[in-house]
Write a protein of this length. Structure first.
Length: 586
């Protein structure tokens, strides 16, 4: 029979007069994929049903229109009971559903199956599980549901009955003992065991409870509960009394953070005897430390004093962290070492570390100021005092120049090297910059007095005290003592004589001198004005021997002995430090 309508005409007719969608009881015509012809829905339905019953592989939902040759498949899916994959992208044929159902029923005879996990493992949508579990007992766990994460387990009626009977049997002969149901039925998930036990023992006159964060299910008979509560009350009181005793004895206690009710009771009892008691509470990761305020204050002060002492005893320590050595030191210095250990596990450790850093900074400041005083300020004062006693203008100018060069080229560089090697100004950057500017200006000084003014100005701006008479005298004594030892080791007679002359001058006056071989005669002349004639004559004799290069070993030893004896005689009594320094403070 010839075609009456062309394909395009058919498509137009179908789109203009679409046939009604088929239902289960009323078949209809369905547009084909190309929209140019109509197919019998009953025929399509039989074809689809056959696929579901015979296919062994899952069918992609997106591929069904092509397989069936129709454009719309939703009406078809609505009329059949479908089983989908978990993401609903594939249809599961009946042979696979039968296999999955058989596996579920088999497992449910021996164990309670968590349906969500079973659904995931088999890639079956959760909606399909309602069909698969037909005939099984479904148990929704109460605890999980209360937290908004309900879980459903499936088990056979026989398995539920077997579990229930074991629970009944376990408690039937007991009167006052708690029963550990988890140990009795280790293979039953705790949430399931809790639900089954509640249904089984609802009228047993006891309590079903979960312990250990829900991992342990127990049955507590009424009689056991009564005796247990009495025991717990007695244990609670004993623990609270122990905490109170520790407060009385040690001034603090430590206990697990979840045991705070005992601590609250202990503090209440303590306040009954000490109404004005003030407590501090410190939390560490696992425990709570409760202290009487005076005990905490005392422990903190002891630790702060200890880190200050440690910093002073260990000048090389620059890190403000508490290392193992300092840790032990804190224990040794504390009257409550256990409390020290506890405090160092809390945020209070930061306070101690800050105190340690402050102690290091204070120690370095004191060392710097002491070094400036003893190595620079005091010697400068002594040098200036020496030049003021020289009445020969030419000698004064040369001595001043020599002392200026010595301070600029030897004393200040050594001082600078020392403070840098010990990093004494690392925490005081402003002082470091001011010192750097002062040291750079040393080459601009034309006299010892100018250099002294520059350094004294720095000292005054930095509020560093100027050395007093006793401190300057002590510096002088140290320098002379060391110089006498140095002279005793010199081998050249000219060196011995040169240093001996200024040492003798220093022993007879307030200042410190320095000279060269060119000034020997003038220095001897200066000594004659402050020293004795006999010694001056010896110096002239040794000078002549040195000039002639005829100085004997005996003369060399005499000069060295005179240096040692002169220093010893000057400082034979401690009071000489004060009595012989009559100059005014600079």
């Amino acid at each position: 029979m010839p075609t009456i309508f062309a394909a395009t005409d058919m498509a137009t007719l179908i789109s203009t007069f679409p046939p009604p969608l088929p239902t289960k009881d009323h078949p209809s015509l369905i547009p084909s994929m190309s929209d140019n012809k109509l197919l019998n829905s009953h025929h399509i339905q039989r074809q689809f049903h056959s696929l579901l019953q015979t296919e062994t592989d899952r069918m992609k939902r997106s591929g069904l229109p092509t397989i069936l040759g129709i454009k719309d498949i939703q009406w078809l899916l609505d009329q059949e009971t479908m089983h989908y994959s978990k993401d609903r992208s594939s249809l599961i044929p009946q042979p696979e559903i039968d296999r999955v159902t058989k596996d579920l029923l088999k497992r449910a005879n021996n164990e309670f199956v968590l349906l969500d996990r079973f659904s995931t493992d088999n890639d079956v949508s959760y909606d399909s599980m309602s069909v698969l579990t037909n005939g099984l007992r479904l148990i929704t766990t109460t605890e999980a549901a209360e937290r908004g994460r309900s879980k459903m387990f499936a088990g056979s009626e026989a398995l539920v009955a077997k579990t229930s009977n074991k629970i009944k049997s376990a408690i039937s002969d007991l009167e006052a003992d708690k029963v550990d149901l988890t140990t009795l039925l280790p293979n039953v998930p705790s949430p399931v065991l809790l639900e089954v036990a509640k249904r089984t023992l609802g009228e047993a006159g006891g309590e079903i409870a979960s312990e250990s964060s829900g991992s342990k299910i127990v049955f507590i008979p009424a009689a056991y509960k009564d005796s247990s509560e009495e025991k717990q009350a007695a244990e609670f009181e004993a623990r609270a009394q122990e905490l109170q005793r520790r407060l009385e004895t040690n001034g603090f206690y430590e206990h697990p953070r979840e045991a705070d009710p005992e601590g609250t009771q202990a503090r209440s009892w303590y306040r009954e005897r000490h109404p004005d008691a003030a407590f501090e509470s410190i939390d560490s990761p696992a425990t709570r430390i409760v202290l009487l305020k005076p005990a905490l204050d005392k422990a903190m002060q002891e630790m702060k004093d200890a880190v200050t002492s440690y910093a002073d005893q260990h000048p090389a320590v620059n890190d403000g962290k508490i290392n193992a050595t300092l840790h032990d030191f804190l224990f040794q210095k504390s009257t409550t070492p256990k409390l020290v250990e506890l405090i160092l596990r809390t945020d209070y450790k930061k306070q101690i570390e800050r105190a340690f850093s402050d102690a290091i900074a204070d120690r370095d400041r004191k060392i710097f100021e002491s070094l400036l005083s003893t190595a620079i300020l005091a010697p400068l004062q002594l040098y200036i005092l020496a030049t003021e006693t020289i009445f020969d203008p030419a000698l004064r100018a040369r001595i001043d120049e020599r002392l200026l060069d010595h301070v600029r080229q030897d004393t200040l560089p050594l001082f600078e090297q020392t403070i840098h090697s010990q990093d004494l100004l690392r925490q005081d950057k402003r002082r470091g910059k001011e010192l750097e500017k002062t040291l750079k200006s040393r080459d601009l000084a034309t006299s010892l007095s100018e250099l002294n003014t520059s350094i004294s100005t720095f000292s005054r701006k930095q509020k560093i005290p100027h050395p007093d008479r006793d401190q300057i005298a002590a510096v002088k004594r140290t320098i002379l003592t060391e110089k006498a030892k140095s002279i005793a080791k010199m081998a050249r007679a000219s060196d011995v004589l040169q240093h001996l002359i200024w040492l003798l001058l220093a022993c007879k006056s307030d200042g410190l001198f320095m000279s060269s071989g060119k000034d020997t005669s003038r220095m001897i002349k200066l000594y004659r004005t402050v020293g004795d004639e006999e010694t001056a004559a010896k110096l002239e004799g040794w000078r002549d021997s040195v000039k002639r290069e005829e100085c004997s070993d005996a003369e060399l030893r005499d000069m060295q002995a005179l240096a040692t004896r002169s220093v010893e005689e000057r400082y034979v009594e401690a009071t000489a430090l004060v009595n012989e320094t009559t100059y005014e403070d600079g």
